[in-house]
Design a protein around this ligand. Structure first.
Ligand SMILES: Cc1cc2nc3c(=O)[nH]c(=O)nc-3n(C[C@H](O)[C@H](O)[C@H](O)COP(=O)(O)O)c2cc1C
Length: 191
């Protein structure tokens, strides 16, 4: 099972970095697999510490792909890291094992501290739709336009019926990115 989280890491110079990552559990450890190159990977190998944030503010997911990465943070409790203010809950992690790979290394972490901040308010279909579109947008260069259009049409039903303001904003950032990509593809086909 994979959970979509926001991983905050810090560079050796203390600069925070925010990125969405799918996380899994394996024998009591948390495990992530970043594709190279990755700022998150560089930071984690340098500091060996991270914070996993679980948030229902889907703008943070969409924002990481569309140039909106500046979200409010506060210092973590037990590790050298930063906690996303919008996290419903967060875990502070220490790197215990690296299985190196040229394409996608695997990093295993121990949870050293955990905090709960806000109760889970239930499932929202628009939030799920934004996450799905964010995953598609992160793979735009690999996908045929027809596939993107078909998925967009389906996902937009949940947006139209169930979105709040944050979901609408996140959705619009992603739609703008899809439109730019389509315009670029059309341009390169003409050239
Ligand atoms: C929902 C979601 C899940 C993601 N999960 C992963 C992942 O498991 N591994 C990965 O390499 N990138 C994943 N990505 C893409 C990274 O967030 C993105 O490439 C990010 O910028 C990481 O690169 P960075 O560390 O250089 O910022 C995911 C993106 C989204 C929207």
């Amino acid at each position: 099972m994979i959970y979509e989280s926001i991983l905050t890491s810090v560079s050796s110079d203390g600069i925070p970095h925010i990125a969405p990552f799918g996380v899994r559990e394996h024998q009591g450890l948390i495990f992530i697999a970043p594709f190279r190159p990755s700022t998150t990977l560089d930071n984690l190998l340098a500091t060996r510490q991270a914070v996993l944030n679980f948030t229902d503010d889907v703008r943070v997911f969409a924002g990481s792909l569309t140039g909106h990465r500046d979200w409010p943070l506060r210092p973590a409790t037990q590790v050298n890291g930063q906690v996303l203010i919008s996290a419903l809950t967060h875990q502070e992690l220490e790197l215990v094992e690296v299985r190196d790979d040229e394409v996608r290394p695997e990093l295993y972490f121990r949870i050293v501290h955990e905090e709960m901040h806000t109760p889970f308010r239930g499932f929202n279909r628009a939030q799920a739709a934004v996450i799905e579109l964010a995953v598609l947008v992160s793979r735009l260069h690999m996908l045929p336009i027809e596939k993107i259009d078909a998925e967009l049409e389906y996902l937009s039903i949940a947006i139209d019926k169930t979105a709040g303001e944050k979901e609408l904003q996140a959705w619009q950032w992603l739609i703008d990115k899809v439109e730019n990509h389509k315009a670029m593809m059309a341009g390169s086909n003409l050239a």
